[in-house]
Design a protein around this ligand. Structure first.
Ligand code: 6PG
Length: 487
């Protein structure tokens, strides 16, 4: 049995590799480099052997990583109990890799899925593998290519004993902030992938909110891409400081090398998605924990991808002229309102995400620690933001707020930013610019704070046409009325 290390030729295998990584696409490659850089010996395996050789020749070999072409050799090269991280595409490829590895594993070995798997798939795989004596960890990994290499945010869920065996390595490779390494034990079963899914739901919301802000800026304020970049860069110095704002400032400043025009203007306005945002919305519906900003963000991506329909409709359906300031608003007032609106809506999206995780924690008995989750999102991940300090503080005390919006350190901020959110959404409405995520964020706030909603009328209607019954404010019991039809 031999192993390959770049430039070293073949040599006897050392059986002492701390961890094995299966899958050498972008994330697997960079995570392997990160692990090796922290002094943990890594073995890698890829379905296509040529990819393994290429990786070792380009960067892996020099980092001391070894690659094996045979899966049995790969498994045998690892310390026992083995730690194997699968970095493959979510869905059937994960089951295929497990099936391939399984005959070579021994009870007690730990399999980690570091992809964006659906949490119920993770729970099923975990149960099946536990029955066969193996440990299965579903680990959310956020931060893209850079994060994987220099420090991702890690959300591992599964058996606690397995986490403990992974912990030194995970702690070493995770992003670090003033609040510690961006990794914590999330909980049992599919909880790690669930938390990553909600992270992505918030990511969708945040991106859509920024896109809506950009849309108002370019139409109502007529700002150039460079001017907008400057605004986002300025906002990134304040309470909106976050990776996605930083990304936006950089993207808006980029020029198309051919035309010299802002590159963003050349990009087709049809957003794609891999499904994690939609899963978040579906789960929110299933658990009865509303996430309207995330729903709106998912829907907005779908609407954007219906480009043919939009082009057709733009010639038939009419609306106001979207350029210029709406009546009574100055440029500075609108910009200030937009900053408020973005901050307000971002908190709303986080509030929905945190409430959803709490609902899932109760439904699946995961005992999630929301303060810890906010802590590990502070660095490495796509939704890292200054705001997470407040969110963490909100969930750190002995008294958990019923909703993030109600936390004593958050409610006053929301109340102060709400007028700006109203101004910005009204401006968009007046100009006929869609702002679904911003509107949903405000509606969540207004619904939550409504002492009385119009649902009494809905109950009456349900009782009218379907005898579904209703309850009353003035006495206990369940009632049905023989309603008088309108003649
Ligand atoms: C991350 C991201 C990442 C996700 C991409 C693309 O945390 O690093 O969430 O996992 O895959 O952002 O997602 P969509 O293709 O669905 O936009």
């Amino acid at each position: 049995m031999t192993e390959r290390g770049a430039g070293k030729g073949e040599r006897p295998i050392d059986r002492g590799r701390h961890v094995g990584v299966v899958g050498l696409a972008v994330m697997g490659e960079n995570l392997s480099m990160n692990i090796a850089r922290h002094g943990f010996p890594v073995a890698v395996f890829n379905r296509t052997a040529a990819r393994t050789d290429e990786f070792l020749a380009e960067r892996g070999g020099a980092a001391g990583i070894v690659g094996l072409h045979d899966i049995a050799d790969f498994v045998n090269s690892l310390e026992r109990p083995r730690r194997i991280i699968m970095m493959v595409k979510a869905g059937p490829p994960v089951d295929a890799v497990i099936a391939e590895l399984l005959p070579h594993l021994e009870p007690g070995d730990i399999l980690v899925d570091g992809g964006n798997s659906f949490f119920l798939d993770t729970a099923r795989r975990g149960d099946e593998l536990a029955a066969a004596g193996f440990n299965y960890v579903g680990m959310g990994v956020s931060g893209g290519e850079e994060g994987a290499l220099w420090g991702p945010s890690l959300m591992p869920g599964g058996p606690k004993e397995a986490y403990d065996r992974l912990e030194p390595m995970l702690t070493a490779i995770a992003a670090k902030t003033d609040a510690g390494p961006c990794v914590t034990y999330i909980g049992p079963g599919g909880s790690g992938h669930y938390v990553k899914m909600v992270h992505n739901g918030i990511e969708y919301a945040d991106m859509q909110l920024i896109a809506e802000t950009y849309d108002i800026m370019r139409h109502a304020l007529g700002l150039t891409a460079q001017e907008m970049s400057d605004v986002f860069r300025r906002w990134n110095q304040g309470r909106l400081a976050s990776y996605l704002i930083e990304v936006t400032a950089a993207v808006l400043a980029e020029r198309d090398p051919e035309s010299g025009d802002p590159l963003v203007d050349q990009i087709l306005d049809a957003a794609e998605q891999k499904g994690t945002g939609r899963w978040t919305s579906v789960s929110a519906m299933d658990l009865g924990s509303p996430a309207p900003t995330i729903d709106a963000a998912v829907t907005a991506r779908v609407m954007s991808s219906m480009r043919e329909s939009r082009l057709q409709a733009s010639k038939i359906l009419t609306g106001p002229d979207a350029s210029g300031l709406p009546n009574g608003l100055t440029r500075d007032a609108l910009l200030a309102a937009q900053e408020d609106a973005l901050y307000f809506s971002k908190i709303s999206a986080y509030a929905q995400g945190m409430a959803l995780m709490r609902a899932a924690s109760d439904a699946y008995a995961w005992n999630l620690n929301l303060a810890e989750i906010a802590r590990i999102w502070k660095g490495g991940c796509i939704i890292r933001a200054a705001l997470l300090d407040q969110i963490r503080a909100a969930f750190s005390g002995p008294e958990q707020p019923a909703n993030l919006m109600l936390a004593p350190n958050v409610a006053p901020e929301l109340n102060a930013a709400a007028p700006g959110a109203r101004t910005a959404t009204m401006a968009a409405r007046a100009l006929g610019l869609p702002c679904p995520a911003m509107s949903a964020s405000l509606d969540y706030f207004d619904s939550l704070r409504a002492e009385r909603l119009p649902a009494n009328l809905i109950q009456a209607q349900r009782d009218y046409f379907g005898a579904h019954t209703y309850r009353r404010l003035d006495r206990d019991g369940v009632f049905h009325t023989h309603w008088t039809p309108f003649e």
